[in-house]
Design a protein around this ligand. Structure first.
Ligand code: SF4
Length: 260
């Protein structure tokens, strides 16, 4: 069953793969940039940023030497600016030591967790690993007929992993985002419906914290003001934040070297 299902999935992927600028690349740097950008940002917002970023810094060596302010300007609009700094730190390590040749080695790079390591490792380095994110978790839970999480999810994913693992991961990412959606999965269009135990296994999306009034909103506004040369203290006032809250956010951003 597993091999037939994977064959159907991979054939569907070859015909339906989304046209994204990082698709088809097996350059680990390009895959890493795309995956880090996609960690907390929608695909539609990532595309133009990715193209500009990788044209400006096409290699790990060039990114490693980029001035912080230029880096943050290029990242502007993606949010979670500390991702950009961690990506640059990872690039500096790889520029000096080369790419790790294992998933655990990739996970030692700054900003690279289990999902990103598995995505980069499988897509660009030919390593066998399932890249388990919320899309994969939902689809695999439906295949298994029960909600999977933690160790059970990892074991199931390893059990059903297809080859090449990079294509299999990307096929499931695409299936999860375009067909096997959280609500109303389009099972009649699904290439693997024959082998799916329970389409009704539903995974409620996590509640999004409100952006307005959040620390994230204040941090993002402070970084933008810094890059524009504006007075940082005015930012807190414009967002109706206390002096202490603004001061504390500025100190944290300075400690993280996001502003000077
Ligand atoms: S049959 Fe439906 S629920 Fe199962 S994997 Fe396909 S789209 Fe998802």
């Amino acid at each position: 069953m597993t091999s037939e299902r994977n064959a159907a999935l991979l054939s569907w992927y070859q015909l339906n793969l989304r046209d994204l600028p990082w698709r088809g690349s097996t350059d680990p740097y390009l895959v890493l940039v795309s995956e880090v950008m996609l960690q907390q940002t929608q695909v539609s917002r990532v595309i133009s940023k990715y193209e500009h970023f990788t044209q400006t810094w096409p290699t790990v060596g060039e990114l490693a030497g980029a001035p912080t302010d230029d880096l943050l300007r290029a990242w502007s609009g993606l949010g979670y600016n500390s991702r950009a700094l961690r990506l640059q730190q990872a690039a500096a390590i790889v520029a000096a030591d080369g790419w790790p040749n294992s998933i655990s080695g990739l996970q030692e790079l700054p900003g690279v967790g289990p999902y990103t390591a598995a995505a980069v490792g499988s897509i660009a380095l030919g390593l066998d690993a399932p890249a388990v994110d919320t899309n994969l978790r939902r689809v695999l839970s439906r295949w298994a007929g029960e909600p999977l999480a933690g160790r059970a999810l990892t074991e199931y994913a390893l059990d059903v992993l297809g080859h090449p693992a990079g294509d299999w991961n990307q096929a499931l990412m695409d299936l999860g985002s375009s067909v096997c959606k959280t609500t109303d999965p389009a099972c009649s269009e699904c290439p693997v419906s024959e082998w799916c135990l329970d389409p009704a296994v539903y995974e409620a999306p996590p509640r999004q914290a409100s952006f307005n009034g959040s620390n994230r909103q204040l941090r993002g506004a402070l970084v933008r003001a810094h890059l524009a040369g504006d007075n940082l203290k005015d930012v807190g006032e414009s967002l109706d934040r206390s002096e202490q809250e603004t001061r504390s956010a500025i100190e944290t951003l300075r400690a993280e070297r996001l502003i000077s």
